[in-house]
Write a new protein. Sequence first.
Length: 518
Amino acid sequence: MSAKLSGMLGRRYDLSHERRLLAVDEDELLEGFRRRPGRQAWIGEHVGKWLHAASLVFTQTGDARLAEKIARVRDGLLATQEKDGYLGTYAPGKRFGLYDGADWDVWVHKYVLIGLLAEHAAFGTRASLDAAVRIGGLLHRTFVVEKKDINLAGQHHGMAATSVLEPVMLLHRASGEHRFLALACAILDRMSMANGSDLLRRADDFASVDTIANGKAYEMLSNALGFCEFYRTEGTSACLRAAEWIWEDVEMTRLYPTGGASAHERFQPDRVFPTRPEDEICETCVTVTWIQLCARLFDLTWKRQYAKEIERAAFNHLLGAQRPDGAAWCYYTPLEGVKRYRTDVNCCLSSGPRGLAVLPEAAVYANEHWIYANLLAFSEARVRVGETDVRLTLDGDYPASGRLAITLHLDRPAEFQMAILVPAGSKPKRLVLPCGKPMIAPAGDHARMRRKWFPGDVVSLDLELDETPIDGGRYGREGEVARRRGPLVLATEEGRDEPVPFAEAGASGAAFRTWVRE
């Protein structure tokens, strides 16, 4: 599947591509590997995050400049792998354990694996897969053969280290090697030990996420991605239930109106929503991993609630964390005060471009029988449904306008089903099939169509995007409201009379507020 984003999301995607991914200092990405130990505990995560984002963007754009940069970074990274498969940034005496200032080694390998596997998927580079297999072999020897406790190799009750479950399952599928499945099973077993997070069991028992381990949001959501991938391969229902419950508990009582979550990097008790800069709310790594979890769960279940939360988080808290010129990101993004954009090397600066990079894949999905259009912010998408190749083009400027038309281009007539997500922040005025028959679907649900499609068929949408209030009472802001237009949460900003999208508020350094008196 390929898709080109348009409108606000498309502009920000392109700016991230040009101003961040192409501008990254390659030597800075590789320094910790070339001169071990690295100067920061998790310095090695950045190259994996960059390779992941850059490979996804190349898949959509085919940019030769990006391909050349990816090749240089890949080759520079592979040149530092040791004979036993080690590809981290720590000195030999402080590897895979909780040492002072050196306790993120498995975490680093997680992102190196993610980056190498993404590069292999995009380019078919055998050396990347071989290097990933050697990393997997080292992890298998360490935590299965030698039985070292993975909970003692990562912070936050072991959640940092056990989040390697996700790429371990990706590696199992890419390589076909059974030992990596054995490693994944060992990770799940150790998670339930007395010194572990007990995340799988407690989430499967519907425990509030703020009461699990230490509530560390980024790491917990990262583990949920691993549960999704284990379920995808093994069909273990407890893993899917746990991932869905983590999502549901966050969405019900811990998600800000802008689609972000966390304060001081942890999930807070039910309906506790601090908003100021000093509250360190909505870490960008959390926002990105939340979007990934929504996309992964939709891919596994095809449930509409996951798709609509992708839209809310993407248009608001993800874009709100990115400086509008694409060159800087917030570590935390408050709902009031001043945004603090940063360009130093940090986890959120590396995560933000990944969040944008996954959006084209989240915009349009297809399987054997269905096409799902979940983000009405693409200009073109190519998918395969059953045996039929379909190109979709979308005319319109959502969310600036709600008047849209989706044209289907296919070589011959074909029968399949199509579902278009009606945005939650809209009022559908008119949804019309090519035959002129109206569709019926409320906001936040899919308009579903099963018919024989012909080349050039057009589905028309007319969505009302009026400003509507968000009740502050649910968020501990009695007597206050936030305003929303379509998917965009609005804010007031010093020096402007009209409200502006949260995604653009404070970009010039001005103070802003999301909540206002009713």
